[in-house]
Design a protein around this ligand. Structure first.
Ligand SMILES: *[C@@H]1O[C@H](CO)[C@@H](O)[C@H](O)[C@H]1NC(C)=O
Ligand SMILES: *[C@@H]1O[C@H](CO)[C@@H](O)[C@H](O)[C@H]1NC(C)=O
Ligand SMILES: *[C@@H]1O[C@H](CO)[C@@H](O)[C@H](O)[C@H]1NC(C)=O
Length: 337
């Protein structure tokens, strides 16, 4: 063996190791991810997470600028675990998604408050319990919060209205109680799409909602009561309003619905009065006023006759197409006089 060969042989293992350690992934991120994998009992989705490989190539994660982990998405897995606190040790995380994990239990860990760049928090279809954390209001980059289809309880933190970039707030299908926070009457940023359906929220809608223009609002299937007429108004640009299955009580006779409204579901409440003629000017895809205490003729025209009787049934005395003609009802009443 000559000198050069010997040198090459000596150097070879070194070259090999160097090429291996040419990870793009930051070692702190890799360490945190490996701890997460272990704490979650090696979910099937993380099978590609081999410590020998660059973590930017692993499934369920993505690297962004400077090769830091910016996204962690664990979905559709039968993992039985809690969300490990080490999730908070991925300081550049922008997207955190835990979805369709029926055996994910425990609470949303407080270490998430360290994720200063978090934009997108989506935890749905899990068995998570505990509150919607107050500390989320400290994550000033949050644009999207979706904590639907979990088992969260307690009340909605009013401080969420302080999030300057919030565009979607979805807390549907949990066990939330209490009222809609008064502070939601003035969001720091733009008015987010608000989805609070299928909870046990009670009380009335803050009066200050009169000055808000929601694009989509879904308060269906709660125990809300009182007036909701302030959600309407000819000058708003709302597209979707679902107030169905609550205990709202207000007279709709003078309620003007914005022409932009396409989805209007008011079924199962205690609404009184008659359907305004103005509503014939709407382009409606979904419309339902059944199970209220409405009375009087259904205005004829526009889209109002596009819906069948089931959209109008079980009111006090609505009449006219698609229900029976008003004359018939008057005649029938006359018979008893
Ligand atoms: C969840 O856990 C229950 C009992 O702990 C078990 O019977 C079930 O198979 C698990 N489901 C999944 C999807 O892993
Ligand atoms: C929130 O998540 C649920 C469940 O995955 C989904 O159906 C819903 O469309 C999401 N909401 C928003 C506003 O994206
Ligand atoms: C209106 O709501 C009632 C009650 O939930 C339901 O039975 C009916 O099918 C709905 N009708 C339409 C047209 O959506």
């Amino acid at each position: 063996m000559n000198k050069t060969t010997t040198l090459l042989l000596l150097l070879f293992p070194l070259l090999f190791t160097t090429s291996l350690s040419k990870d793009l992934c930051h070692k702190d991120d890799k360490n945190a991810l490996l701890k997460i994998k272990k704490a979650m009992n090696n979910p099937y989705s993380f099978i590609s997470w081999d410590p020998k490989d660059d973590c930017c190539t692993w499934n369920s994660v993505e690297c962004g600028n400077a090769n830091r982990i910016t996204s962690l998405d664990l979905s559709n897995d039968d993992v039985s675990a809690q969300i490990p606190p080490e999730v908070g040790d991925l300081p550049y995380l922008q997207y955190l998604i835990f979805r369709k994990l029926p055996n994910l239990t425990g609470e949303i860990p407080p270490t998430i408050v360290k994720l200063k760049y978090l934009k997108y928090l989506w935890i749905s279809w899990t068995s998570l319990t505990g509150p919607v954390p107050e500390f989320l209001s400290q994550l000033k980059n949050l644009e999207y919060i979706n904590l639907s289809f979990n088992k969260l309880s307690g009340s909605i933190p009013g401080s969420l209205s302080l999030l300057p970039k919030l565009e979607f707030l979805e807390l549907s299908r949990n066990k939330l109680t209490g009222t809609i926070p008064e502070s939601f009457g003035s969001f720091k940023g733009k008015v987010p799409d608000l989805f609070l359906s299928h909870n046990q929220l009670s009380g009335s809608i803050p009066k200050s909602f009169a000055s808000l223009d929601f694009y989509r609002i879904d308060l269906s299937r709660n125990k809300l009561e009182g007036d909701a007429s302030m959600l309407f108004g000819a000058k708003k640009t709302t597209w979707h309003i679902d107030l169905s299955r609550n205990m709202f009580q207000f007279d709709i006779s003078k309620v003007k619905v914005a022409k932009t409204v396409n989805f209007l579901d008011l079924n199962h409440n205690g609404l009184t009065g008659s359907i305004p003629v103005q509503w014939t000017q709407l382009s409606l895809q979904t419309f339902n006023v059944s199970y209220n205490r409405l009375c009087g003729p259904i205005p004829q025209g526009g889209d109002l006759q596009r819906f069948d009787a089931y959209a109008y049934l079980h009111n006090k005395c609505l009449c006219g197409a698609p229900l029976e003609s008003c004359n018939v009802i008057i005649q029938a009443t006359d018979l008893y006089l």
